[in-house]
Design a protein around this ligand. Sequence first.
Ligand SMILES: [Zn+2]
Length: 414
Amino acid sequence: MGWLPGVVALLIALKYTASFLLSKLNRREVSKYQSNPPAAVLAVMDKETYEKSVAYTLVKSRFESVTDIVDAVVLCIALFSGLLPFIYSKVMAYGSSDSAWLGAFFLIATSLLLSVVSIPFDLYNQFKIEEGFGFNKSSLSLWITDKIKGLLLSLIIGLPLLAGLLSLVNRVGSTWWIWGFCLLFIFQLIMMVLYPVLIMPLFNKLSPLSDGPLKDRLFALGERTGFKAKSIQVMDGSKRSGHSNAFFTGFGRFRRIVLFDTLIAQLTEEELEAVLAHEIGHYRLGHIPKGLMLSLAGTALSFAVIAWLSTTSWFNPAFGFHSGVLSASFLLVGLIGGLVTFWISPLFNLLSRKHEYEADNFAKKAMGNSEAMISALRKLSSKNLSNLTPHPFYSGFHYSHPTLVEREQSLTSR
Ligand SMILES: [Zn+2]
C-alpha cells in the first residue's frame, strides 16, 4: 500500500502539468494570429469581434490555469492529509459503520466541503470575466438562490439515491454493483422524464413557443424530417447569461425541444430552422441513445472497479480507510477517476465531433442547402466570442464540437 499514494501523486502531477501546458500552447496559438488573423477567420468574423474573442479566450484560459492549480492542491489535501478519514470518523460517530444513510451523508458532505473552495472562483468568473464581456445577466441574489437550490436538490435526490446504492451491499453482497447499475439506469430514465418537468422549472421559466410564422416553420420542419414534436419550449436563458443554446430533453413521447430566448433573439427564422434541423439530426441519427449507452457503460465499469477496489487489502488503507468501506471507495474513485479519464477524453471528443458533422449534414439536407446553417453558426460564434483558432492539441482535449472553420469546410464540401 505504500506505493499507491506515490502513483496517485504522479497521476495528479501528470494531468495538471498536461492541462497547464495545453492551455499555454493554446494561448500562444491564439496570440500568434492576434495581429494578422487568418483569411478564413476574417471571412466569418469582423475584426473588432475577432479581437474581442481573442481577449475573451486569453482571459478565460489564464483563469482556467489558476483554477487548475487550486483543484490540484485541493485534491492533494483531500487524498493525502488524512482529512477524509477524519470526517468519516466524525460522521460514523452518529451510528453504525454499515449504515447506508451515514455513508451517503459522508459522500455528500465531503463533496460539498471540497466544492466550497470553488465558490470564490465561480463568483469571479461570473461577475468579473463574464460580466466584463457582457455575458453575465445574473444578479448576485439570483446566483446565491441558484446555489441554495442546487444544494437542496443534491440532498433531496442525492442522499436517498446514494443510500439506496450503498445499502445494496448489505442486501445482496458482492454482486451489489450489478444491482446498483440497474438502480442507476432506472433512476436515469425517470430523471430524463422528470427533469424537464420538475427540476428545470425551479431554475428557469419555460413557455411554449407562441403561435406565428416561426412556430409554423419549425413544426413544418419537424413534419418534413420525421420528428413529430409535441411542443417547442422557450427557456428564459437571458435571465443568467447572454450565451445561447438549443437542446433536447426526455425521450419517446416525453421528448421536447428547448430553445433559449437568447437564441431566438440572435437568429433569423431561417437560421433557427437550421439549428433545429441540426438538433433533430442528432435525434434521428441515433446520437442520443448512443450517448446514453456510452455513459451507462462508463457507469457499469466504474461500479465494477469500485466493487473490486473496495475489497482489496491495499486500496482503501492507502488513504486511511478500512478495507471494505464502500462509501470511502466511492469517494476515492470519484476523486482519482478523473486523473485517468482525462487521457481518454480526446477519444470521446472525436466521437462527439463526428456526430456534430453528421448532424450538420442532416441539417444541410433538410434545409436543401448549407447557407442557413453556416450563417447561424457564424452568428453564434460571434455572439459567444468563440475561439476560432484553438491549438489542435488543446481542442483535442477540450472541444466536443469542431471549430467554426472546420464545420464550414465540411458543410460546403459534402
Ligand atoms: Zn450538435
